[in-house]
Design a protein around this ligand. Structure first.
Ligand code: 5RP
Length: 266
């Protein structure tokens, strides 16, 4: 692996502990103006000091983030379908590697849809992206997207993660599930977990992060459970304490409550 590639990966996964808190705000690429992410620049501003990297599309990067900001960028470069279209899995590469380089990104991300109608296409997207990005030392994060018809169990997620790694992904993002350690065991590259839909209680999102880390995840790439929270800064601080501070769910919940009270008192 060349120096540039290693350097970029070290910006995503912190070398001190091999872990990461990625903040995902790429949802609009197929969901449109998702609740609480209508104005991405505003919602993420107070969260940036607590995120190790930011995952988003080039459109939101250009319009919502000041170029002087000092946060590694994970650029989503796949898309082409919407939540109201007929085939959500029918994705292509939407951004060139040249543009990714111009945007000075630390990593590119795309979705693969294993088991879907467009499985082959999305896996070809991954292989092509890895080939192109290897030339410039840019790591690729593969997101194992799950179609509505798929079961998020460890057999399916282990299959998807392993295929992503076999095709050359440097990092994989997937979902937490029962027997998650088996997903991790079968995947030779670091795995980060998505949060999924917002849980009714913050403790549930904290437990997901805790259990994922306990079972071998390198961190989280979390969105809705942070920025849809009524107390997003409290939430990201609590998540961070689990990922980088080895907090238990109870300790992280206490951090959340303290931060919430500080916010309410201000
Ligand atoms: C969508 C994505 C999102 O970034 C991912 O789902 C993470 O966000 P959340 O924690 O809200 O699930 O990759 O395809």
């Amino acid at each position: 692996m060349d120096w540039g590639m290693k350097n970029r990966i070290s910006k995503i996964i912190r070398p001190e502990d091999g872990r990461t808190v990625m903040l995902a705000i790429d949802h609009g690429y197929f969901l449109g103006p998702t609740e609480k992410l209508e104005n991405p620049g505003k919602i993420i501003k107070p969260l940036l000091p607590y995120a190790d990297s930011l995952m988003l599309t080039r459109g939101i990067l250009r319009t919502s983030l000041n170029p002087s900001v000092n946060i590694p960028i994970v650029l989503r470069v796949s898309g082409g379908s919407s939540v109201i279209g007929e085939n959500l899995s029918n994705e292509c590469l939407t951004t060139s590697v040249e543009d990714a380089l111009k945007l000075n990104v630390s990593c590119v991300a795309l979705s693969i849809f294993v088991g879907s109608k467009y499985e082959h296409r999305t896996l070809k997207n991954l292989a092509k992206l890895v080939d192109e990005c290897e030339r410039f030392g840019i790591p690729t994060l593969a997101v194992t997207a799950v179609g509505k018809e798929m079961t998020r169990d460890y057999r399916y997620l282990a299959l998807s993660c392993r295929i992503a790694a076999e095709l050359g992904a440097h990092l994989v993002k997937t979902y937490y599930c029962e027997n998650f350690h088996k997903v991790v065991e079968g995947c030779p590259v670091p795995i980060v977990v998505a949060g999924g839909k917002k849980f009714p209680q913050p403790e549930d999102a904290l437990r997901l992060a805790y259990e994922a880390i306990e079972h071998g995840a390198a961190g989280v790439d979390m969105g809705r459970n942070i920025w849809q929270s009524d107390f997003p800064v409290a939430m990201i601080k609590a998540i961070r304490s689990i990922v980088h501070g080895n907090s238990t769910v109870k300790e992280a919940s206490e951090i959340f409550m303290q931060e919430k009270e500080t916010f309410q008192a201000a």
